[in-house]
Design a protein around this ligand. Structure first.
Ligand code: NIG
Ligand code: FE
Length: 415
């Protein structure tokens, strides 16, 4: 089945040769075609170009995109969107001045989400997550990575991962799952963190692998959470069982997380508020995508990752939502692009590269997603009538997406 989108005001992020990622100064370049057409066949992109070059207007569906732009769907490479309940009370406590530690002492934070998740049924978790997926699709996301990590015990971690597997099977989104057994330590294991790490290594990882429940393995490697040595042990075991590392690092301190991520050839290392010359040097000699999460930095009012410094050094940068109930209760990638521009002084072009092609790399799918290229999966959206691509981050806070196509099929239309 063929679909033709014609009279596109500007077709964004087009590629003749597929790149796996965009680095340093090249991030400022975003290839576009003005007054363009796009043709899809079944689930793939067949052709695109200037309207003047369009030869054949025959297609099953023809859509006129006059005054509208077409973008490749966002790839959101870091989320925790399977969770139970919400944590707005902690949000108020934070506003009133309570620290993360004080909230945790009251049973808040990750422990709060873990308690609720343990009590929730698999069906409840699935239905809530489906609603969140529907929400992010309508805002332009076409692929998403989802982590476990609110289980804090074997049974609940497996439950979370089974929910993610069901979402993968039933959602039009491309989904990757990440096993984050080491997100925090449950009350039961307080003071016995080493034994918890042993549990992750000896029990959880083999069971997760047995049922093929995770593409990746994650660890929260940071001050007050898991040490470099513990991370090293868990990643070694995860890799043995076929899971590529993709970890949380350097959100709270120079934790050594970047170094251990690179040592294990991690696909990405995420957060990166604390990055100095040493970390940049290590990342430059690696296949690891530095990934920044502007939503969490905004919501927690944290110091910002030195994104410009990383790009000036020649590094690629990806950005993702970190959608989770504690530190980033939003999966809106359009807002992430606005934060990228305002807070990190990225140009809209750099911000779109960070949230499409580079975030596709950070979830291992940049050969098939993250740009408009022949043969890639036809995941894209048509905007409302807007003047140009800069308007996307500028007119922030509302949804500029009008129609969404996933795997070549129209999934959502505002009309
Ligand atoms: O990515 N940094 C670690 N974990 C999550 C938040 C966890 C929570 O508070 O629920 C994050 O921000
Ligand atoms: Fe996270």
């Amino acid at each position: 089945m063929k679909t033709l989108i014609k009279n596109i005001k500007e077709l964004v992020q087009v590629e003749d040769n597929i790149r796996e990622k965009v680095c340093g100064k090249d991030m400022a370049e975003l290839n576009t075609i003005k007054n363009a057409y796009l043709i899809t066949e079944d689930e793939k992109i067949l052709d695109f170009g200037e309207m003047s070059a369009l030869k054949d207007e025959n297609a099953h569906t023809v859509i006129d995109a006059t005054n509208r732009l077409v973008f490749p769907s966002f790839c959101d490479s870091h989320t925790h969107l399977v969770y139970a309940g919400s944590r707005e009370i902690e949000y108020i406590d934070k506003i009133k001045g309570l620290s993360y530690e004080e909230i945790a002492e009251r049973g808040g934070g990750i422990l709060n989400s873990a308690k609720r998740l343990q009590e929730a049924s698999e069906d409840e978790l699935y239905e809530d997550a489906q609603k969140r997926l529907d929400e992010i699709i309508r805002m332009g996301t076409g692929a998403v990575e989802i982590k476990s990590g609110y289980g804090l015990n074997t049974e609940s971690e497996l439950k979370m991962l089974r929910v993610i597997k069901r979402l993968k099977e039933n959602s039009p989104l491309t989904i990757k799952s990440n096993f984050l057994g080491a997100h925090g330590v449950s009350m039961e294991y307080r003071g016995r963190q080493g034994e918890f790490v042993d549990l992750v290594i000896n029990e959880m990882i083999p069971l997760v692998a047995k049922d093929n429940l995770a593409d990746f393995i994650d660890v929260f490697c940071d001050k007050g959470f898991f040490t470099v040595e513990e991370t090293d042990r868990m990643l070694t075991q995860g890799r043995k069982y076929g899971m590529r590392p993709k970890i949380h690092a350097n959100e709270l301190d120079y934790s050594g997380g970047v170094q251990v991520a690179v040592k294990h050839d991690a696909l990405s290392c995420d957060h990166l508020e604390f990055v100095g010359d040493e970390e940049i040097k290590v990342l430059l000699n690696s296949n690891t995508m530095p990934t920044v999460l502007p939503g969490a930095a905004f919501f927690l009012n944290m110091q910002l990752s030195p994104v410009k410094k990383m790009m000036n050094a020649g590094l690629p940068v990806a950005m993702a939502s970190d959608f989770n109930p504690g530190s980033s209760p939003s999966g809106n990638m359009q807002t992430i692009v606005s934060f990228a521009c305002v807070n990190y002084r990225m140009t809209p072009q750099e911000a779109f590269n960070a949230t499409t092609i580079n975030s596709a790399y950070a979830m291992g799918i940049s050969k098939t997603h993250g740009s408009i290229a022949k043969g890639k999966i036809a995941n894209f959206y048509i905007t409302k009538e807007i003047p140009n691509l800069e308007y996307m981050p500028y007119y922030y806070g509302v949804n500029k997406v009008d129609r969404v196509f996933l795997n070549g099929f129209e999934y959502f239309s505002q009309n």
